[in-house]
Design a protein around this ligand. Structure first.
Ligand code: F6P
Length: 323
């Protein structure tokens, strides 16, 4: 194996740059050439490749976003798109590919490997933390800390005005950000599919809090909640109970930006090396992850399975502590 390409795909996540740096440096350390593919799978299809040297990735360890840029590529969902991508890799004499991304990225990589047999390995890069095969994904820690910082600020206003705030956070189909941030900020309730709180129950929780002298209340709402986002849920609560002075904040994409935390930098650095060393030792069609402090490699088929059942403990703790 002489030439290893790396790309970032799907939503950007803080720590992706640290992962790119690690892949490039580990590749060079082990005597390989490193190539960056720009714009995710789109750039793979179009042949948007550039050689990366050890110094090309200097001073990006602490930068948010991704220097390789990212995209959600419809064409790679088709066999024809994946065939073109394979052709580009062969033309550029690339021997293996490292993909950094989330669910969609690995679904694409899984089909790509099945159809071409081209050596590909994945790194978990998503703020959602919804991949099996790693306790934490690169970006989750930073994103959750961003949410906590924002909610702490909102709490100041909520408390000063005796208000009820609904704060909507990201996480697509997964409640990891919502539940972790909810526990860390003392939210009165966390609305995620896993917590199974109905609107009636939510009103009862708020009323109980009011009766026990809570002066402010924060409800964290996970985007994509079956009852709707923060605006819809606030409206439904208002239809049942009008006594609260309510405000709504949707945190949106600010959760994806910013400098990666120490945790994400270290995780990304460890996994970048693991990706290169995994490829060199013959691993393919797997994602490198860390479970219980141990480096593990799981097939793409297994990592794209949702792991929200792991949130049971968080659901229980959030409930106990919000009385
Ligand atoms: O997967 C990361 C994520 O930020 C999700 O939490 C969110 O649902 C989605 O990406 C938003 O995607 P986009 O930036 O393409 O709107």
């Amino acid at each position: 194996m002489k030439k290893i390409a790396v790309l970032t795909s799907g939503g950007d996540a803080p720590g992706m740059n640290a992962a790119i740096r690690s892949v490039v440096r580990a590749a060079v350390y082990h005597g390989c050439e490193a190539v960056g593919v720009f714009q995710g799978y789109q750039g793979l299809i179009q042949g948007d490749f550039k050689r990366l040297h050890v110094r090309s990735v200097a001073k990006i360890l602490g930068r948010g976003g991704t220097i390789l840029k990212s995209a959600r590529c419809q064409e790679f969902r088709t066999e024809e798109g994946r065939r073109k991508a394979h052709q580009q890799l062969l033309e550029h004499e690339v021997d293996a590919l490292v993909v950094i991304g989330g669910n969609g990225t690995f679904e694409g990589a899984m089909h790509f490997y099945r159809e071409t047999g081209f050596p590909v390995i994945g790194l978990p890069g998503t703020i959602d933390n919804d991949l099996s095969g790693s306790d934490f994904t690169i970006g989750f820690d930073t994103a959750t800390n961003t949410v906590v910082e924002a909610v702490d600020k909102i709490r100041d206003t909520a408390d000063s005005h005796n208000r009820l705030f609904f704060v909507e956070v990201m996480g697509r189909d997964s409640g990891f950000i919502a539940l972790h941030a909810g526990i860390a900020t003392g939210a009165v309730a966390v609305m995620t599919p896993e917590t199974k709180i109905t609107i009636e129950e939510l009103v009862a929780i708020l009323d109980k809090g009011q009766a026990s002298n809570k002066t402010s209340s924060i409800v964290i709402v996970a985007e994509g909640h079956p009852e709707g986002g923060a605006y819809e849920i606030a409206k439904k609560v208002h239809a049942l109970e009008q006594r609260y002075d309510t405000r709504i904040t949707v945190l949106g994409h600010l959760q994806r930006g910013g400098e990666p935390s120490c945790f994400d930098r270290v995780l990304a650095s460890k996994l970048g090396v693991a990706a290169v060393e995994g490829l060199l030792s013959g691993k393919r069609n797997v994602m490198a992850g860390i479970i219980n402090d141990q480096l593990v490699y799981f097939p793409f088929e297994e990592v794209i399975v949702n792991k929200t059942q792991q949130l049971e403990d968080e659901v229980r703790i959030a409930r106990i502590l919000s009385i």
